[in-house]
Write a protein that binds this ligand. Structure first.
Ligand code: FAD
Length: 293
């Protein structure tokens, strides 16, 4: 099933993100965790490509497994900036042959080696280049892309960032998933600005449940997200008590999600980080809301 069709529904739904194993030996445990998350029957599940420390070679295996065994639609991520055109073309063919219908087209982060190299030598510079490649492949993928309510860290300003986002959508990106954020007002402000700029595709907010104090620093470093005082107080109070922190982090994420639904967002994407218990507890918290209009 194509995500563009899932996102047409007026019912409130939730999707989850998982990442592939870091090593070959971790494959089975990651597969078990992702399958457990799939039994919660989210609207779809995305499988990252090399992000979060996972290796890329298992993205398709995990995505295929979830779809075939649990009937949950999947979204396979693909990055381009550190790859050659030949590799990317092969990956696209592999995706088609694995029955993947939805692709998250990403640039990928710049490594220090790439930063030092000559940009003119790169086969792909931006996610938009990958979208053109997917569109020209002859396969009918539904294509998603990333967006940044608090601006992509490399952008000079939000106006520039939104201008390039519009180019990405015009190239064929059919929906956008956001970077994590912890203050919903930042998302509402962003939505206002992108709609004004003529970007009309569905926006899927990405929510990261922070369930241990160590995650906070990592999350800020990775995403550059603003941490509201309300969230900082919660970490100060419960950070040293793992179970209490977990409960508070799940409650905070649940609260964010309910507010998004109340503001007419129909599908929220949860960065579930291969943690079935967290995915389950959030799903349970929303049991009477999910599926309702
Ligand atoms: P782009 O859309 O190409 O944007 C990158 C920067 O270039 C932005 O500042 C943009 O404004 C600018 N730009 C775009 N076009 C132009 C242009 N024509 N001229 C000048 N500037 C331009 N990483 C992984 O490695 N694997 C994953 O699976 C993964 N999944 C992700 C999922 C989501 C929802 C998000 C938000 C991020 C994910 N990432 C992943 C991280 C992502 O790869 C990085 O954030 C990366 O730095 C940017 O990728 P992008 O696709 O947004 O890039």
């Amino acid at each position: 099933m194509k995500i563009r069709d899932i996102l047409k529904s007026e019912k409130m739904s939730m999707s989850f993100e998982v990442f592939p194993p870091k090593t070959d030996s971790a494959f089975e445990s990651v597969k078990t965790a992702t399958e457990e998350i799939a039994t919660l029957l989210p609207s779809f599940m995305s499988v990252t490509y090399g992000a979060g420390g996972g290796t890329s070679k298992y993205t398709l295996d995990i995505a295929k497994d979830i779809k075939q065994k649990h009937g949950v639609p999947t979204l396979a991520h693909l990055t381009c900036v550190s790859s050659t055109r030949q590799t990317v073309k092969q990956r696209i063919k592999d995706m088609h042959e694995a029955g993947i219908e939805n692709v998250m087209a990403l640039r990928g982060d710049l490594t220090p080696e790439l930063e030092k190299s000559n940009r003119g030598d790169w086969d792909y510079r931006y996610a938009t280049d990958l979208i053109y490649e997917l569109k020209n492949s002859g396969y009918d993928f539904c294509i998603g892309g990333a967006c940044y309510p608090e601006i992509h860290p490399e952008s000079a300003n939000q106006k520039e960032d939104i201008k390039h986002l519009k180019e990405k959508v015009d190239a064929g990106c059919e929906f956008l998933t956001t970077q994590m954020f912890f203050d919903n007002n930042l998302l509402y402000n962003f939505l206002y600005k992108i709609r004004e700029a003529g970007i009309t595709v569905p926006i899927v907010p990405g929510i990261m449940p922070i369930t241990n104090a160590n995650q906070v620093e990592r999350a800020i470093k990775l995403s550059g997200s603003h941490m509201p005082q309300r969230f900082k107080s919660l970490v100060d109070k419960f950070g040293s008590n793992p179970e209490a922190m977990k409960q508070a982090g799940i409650a905070y994420a649940t609260d964010q999600i309910i507010d998004l639904y109340a503001n007419n967002i129909t599908n929220v994407h949860v960065y579930s980080m291969n943690k079935p218990d967290i995915a389950r507890r959030i799903t349970e918290n929303l049991s009477d809301i999910l599926g309702s209009v």
